[in-house]
Ligand binder design. Structure first.
Ligand SMILES: Cc1ncc(COP(=O)(O)O)c(C=O)c1O
Length: 400
C-alpha cells in the first residue's frame, strides 16, 4: 500500500478557502506601506480616556493577571447589567445572560456557532460589515442577503418578508449600521421583529455603535435595541463591545447579552475558542461602563463634529456622500472619478493621493454591487482630517 503524497490532501480547509482576508484590515496595511492618511479601518487615532487607561494599569499593578471567570469577571458583568438597565431599560441577569468575549467579533461568531446548524439560513442586510460573511461560513449558516438601498438605505418590506422561510434561523441587524450609517427606524425594527416572531427566528444585533448617533429629521432620537421591542427579548442576542464607545479597539473586550439557554451555548463556544477576554481590561471595563451619561453625550457630540468636518471635504473633492445618521463612517459614490471599479480607485487614492479608504465591494456578496462605492471613517484627530483634506484637494474628477 502506498502512502498518499501530502499534495493530494487539502492543506487549507474548504471553509477557510472560501473567504478572503479582511479587505478593511488590508487597507490599513496598505496605508502604512504607502504613508497614506488612514481613513479606512474604523479605529480612533486619538488617545483613549485617561481614567479608563489608568484603571487598566492599576489592575495589572494589583495583579489582576490570571484568567478571569471564562464568561466574564463578575464586576464587569455586573457593570454591563447595570448599564444595560440604565441605557436600554432592560433587566439582565449577569449570572445567566451575559458572556464577555474577545471583542464583539468573537461575540458574533460565538453566538452564531452556538445557535446555527448546517443548512440553517441567516438573513444579512447588504451592504454589510464584512465579518458577517465569513461568520456565516464558519458557523455553517447559509446567508441570504437583503438589500439596503441608497440614498436612505431602506429595505423593501416585501423583499425582506420573502427572504424569511422555515429554514431561517436568524437575522443579523447592525444598528447603527456599518458601513452605511443607517439608523433603523422604530417602524423598521418592529417590522423585522414581527417577521422574527412569525418565523420563529432569532435576531443577532450588532450594537457596537449604540452611542454614536446623530438625531436629525426622520432619525430616531435615541438608540433602539431589538431586545426592547415587544416579544424580542427572548429571541435576541445583543452583541456589543468596549471598542468604539471607549476608543479601545485594541483591547478586544466585548460581550453578548442573551436569554439563559442561548447564553449557556454561547459560553461553551466562547470557552473553547478563547477561554476569556483580558482580565485587567475587564477590570477597567467595569469602571468604563459605570461612567455617567455626560461621557456618552460628549462622545456623540465629538463624533457629530468630526462627521460634519469630513462631509464637505469629501463633497468638494467630488464624492457623492450618503450622510450617516449613526456610526462613524461615510459611504460615498465615486462615479464622478470615472474609474472602472472601487478597487482601482482605492489603489489610486492610497498610492497617488495619499488617503486610504475601503473599497465598497468588500461590503457586498457580489463585488459589482459595490463597484462605485468607497467608505471613509472619521474617527480621527482634527489634524488627520486636515491632512486628508489637503491631499483630497488634489483628486481629479474625470467625469463632469
Ligand atoms: C459593525 C461592527 N461590528 C463589529 C466590529 C468589531 O468590533 P470589536 O472590536 O468589538 O471586535 C466592528 C469594527 O469595526 C464593526 O464596525
Amino acid at each position: 500500500m502506498t502512502t498518499p503524497s501530502l499534495s493530494t490532501k487539502r492543506r487549507v480547509s474548504k471553509k477557510a478557502s472560501s473567504f478572503t482576508e479582511s479587505v478593511i484590515r488590508e487597507m490599513t496595511r496598505e496605508a502604512l506601506k504607502h504613508g497614506a492618511v488612514n481613513l479606512s479601518q474604523g479605529f480612533p487615532d486619538f488617545a483613549a480616556p485617561e481614567d479608563i487607561k489608568r484603571r487598566a494599569m492599576e489592575a495589572i499593578e494589583a495583579d489582576v493577571n490570571q484568567y478571569a471567570i471564562t464568561w466574564g469577571a463578575k464586576d464587569f458583568r455586573d457593570a454591563i447589567a447595570k448599564k444595560t438597565a440604565w441605557y436600554l431599560g432592560l433587566e439582565i441577569d449577569p449570572e445567566t445572560e451575559i458572556t464577555v468575549t474577545c471583542g464583539s467579533t468573537e461575540g458574533m461568531i460565538s453566538a452564531m456557532m452556538a445557535t446555527v446548524d448546517p443548512g440553517d439560513e441567516v438573513i444579512v442586510f447588504e451592504p454589510f460589515y464584512e465579518n458577517y460573511a465569513p461568520d456565516a461560513i464558519l458557523s455553517d449558516a447559509r446567508p441570504r442577503y437583503v438589500p439596503l438601498r441608497a440614498p436612505d438605505w431602506s429595505f423593501d418590506p416585501d423583499e425582506l418578508r420573502s427572504a424569511f422561510n422555515e429554514k431561517t434561523k436568524a437575522i443579523i441587524v447592525c444598528n447603527p449600521n456599518n458601513p452605511t450609517g443607517k439608523v433603523f427606524t422604530r417602524w423598521e425594527m418592529q417590522f423585522i421583529a414581527g417577521l422574527c416572531q412569525e418565523f420563529d427566528a432569532l435576531c443577532f444585533t450588532d450594537e457596537i455603535y449604540e452611542h454614536i448617533l446623530y438625531p436629525g429629521e426622520g432619525v430616531e432620537t435615541s438608540h433602539i435595541s431589538m431586545a426592547q421591542i415587544n416579544g424580542m427579548r427572548e429571541r435576541t442576542v445583543i452583541v456589543n463591545s468596549m471598542s468604539k464607545t471607549y476608543s479601545v479597539t485594541g483591547w478586544r473586550v466585548g460581550y453578548c447579552i442573551a436569554p439563559p439557554e442561548i447564553t449557556s451555548g454561547i459560553r461553551k463556544v466562547h470557552d473553547f475558542l478563547t477561554v476569556g477576554a483580558a482580565a485587567p481590561l475587564q477590570a477597567a471595563g467595569a469602571y468604563a461602563l459605570s461612567l455617567p451619561a455626560e461621557y456618552y453625550e460628549r462622545l456623540k457630540q465629538d463624533y457629530q463634529m468630526r462627521r460634519d468636518r469630513l462631509l464637505p471635504v469629501l463633497e468638494q473633492a467630488g464624492f457623492k456622500t450618503f450622510v450617516p445618521d449613526g456610526a462613524y463612517y461615510i459611504m460615498t459614490d465615486i462615479a464622478n472619478f470615472g474609474f472602472g471599479n472601487d478597487v482601482d480607485f482605492t489603489r489610486h487614492l492610497i498610492r497617488d493621493i495619499g488617503v486610504a479608504c475601503v473599497p465598497g465591494s468588500s461590503f457586498y456578496s457580489v463585488p459589482e454591487r459595490g463597484a462605485q462605492q468607497v467608505r471613509f471613517c472619521f474617527c480621527k484627530k482634527d489634524e488627520t482630517l486636515s491632512l486628508a483634506e489637503e491631499r483630497l484637494s488634489k483628486l481629479q474628477q474625470r467625469v463632469i
